[in-house]
Design a protein around this ligand. Structure first.
Ligand code: F6R
Length: 235
């Protein structure tokens, strides 16, 4: 894995933004995999500021909570609309559908979409427990898009986005590790001391389903962009 260590979160966003734009500019069509959460916020801000040409770009997001309406203030549909999609004219924007009675079918449909539009570049964050997308520890490395029960650790980390702790959804629809590994290129961003343990495991640990991010060791085109704190246990 190619590792770029920079000073802080702002620098991470700059490096990741520039790599992303360089990857899709001038391409006839490009599929860009996107993430939510705190880590990509600075990247999306740069998209809003610089407004690159994205009419050739189809976006596919990693995940969505189960049971939230698309226009719910805390859904990832709303997050993406507010951070990015309302501000730039992408060719198409897709997220998994977590608000349906037939979640199995929603997963199947999303996998079909990913087969039709193979991801050229996937942006990832990493959870404190080493999860990528919502693939929690213990998820086999070959999973397609599926429904997951969120762990206590993930629900805890995400409760800042909800008014009441009880409102944090218990389940999500997520691209599987198998789906993510099919991306031609991956950029993972991580900042802050809270991510240091997970970053160390991802880079130096053995391949282990208990740290889903270790799966990335098997991918041939991954760039990890981290700040000094997130990298501090790797020296
Ligand atoms: C978000 C996602 C998650 C986050 C991870 C880190 O779409 O799939 O895996 O990337 O939980 O979250 P932050 O960036 O909030 O620390």
């Amino acid at each position: 894995m190619n590792v770029i260590v920079v000073k802080n979160a702002e620098e991470i966003s700059k490096v990741a933004y520039e790599k992303m734009v360089k990857a899709f500019e001038g391409k006839a069509e490009f599929t860009l995999g996107l993430a939510t959460g705190g880590s990509p916020l600075g990247i999306y801000e740069l998209f809003r500021i610089h407004k690159p040409e994205v009419s050739n770009v189809i976006t596919v997001n990693l995940d969505e909570y189960v049971g939230l309406a698309e226009d719910d203030q805390t859904s990832y549909h709303t997050y993406m609309a507010e951070q990015l999609f309302n501000h730039l004219n992408f060719k198409e924007n897709h997220l998994p559908n977590g608000n349906t009675k037939n979640l199995e079918e929603a997963c199947k449909n999303y996998e079909e979409l990913l087969q039709k539009h193979p991801v050229d570049l996937q942006l990832l964050g990493i959870g404190e427990n080493g999860h990528i997308a919502f693939n929690e520890p213990g998820t086999p490395f070959d999973t397609p898009t599926h429904i997951v029960e969120l762990t206590e650790s993930t629900r805890n980390a995400n409760k800042i986005y909800f008014e009441n702790e009880e409102d944090v959804p218990t389940h999500a629809v997520t691209m599987g590790i198998g789906s993510i590994m099919r991306a031609k290129e991956i950029i993972l961003v991580a900042s802050g001391i809270k991510k240091a343990e997970a970053v160390k495991e991802m880079l130096n640990g053995k391949l282990d389903i208990n740290c889903p991010a270790t799966a990335l060791q098997n991918h041939n085109n991954v760039t990890i962009v981290v700040d000094e704190e997130a990298y501090s246990l790797c020296n």
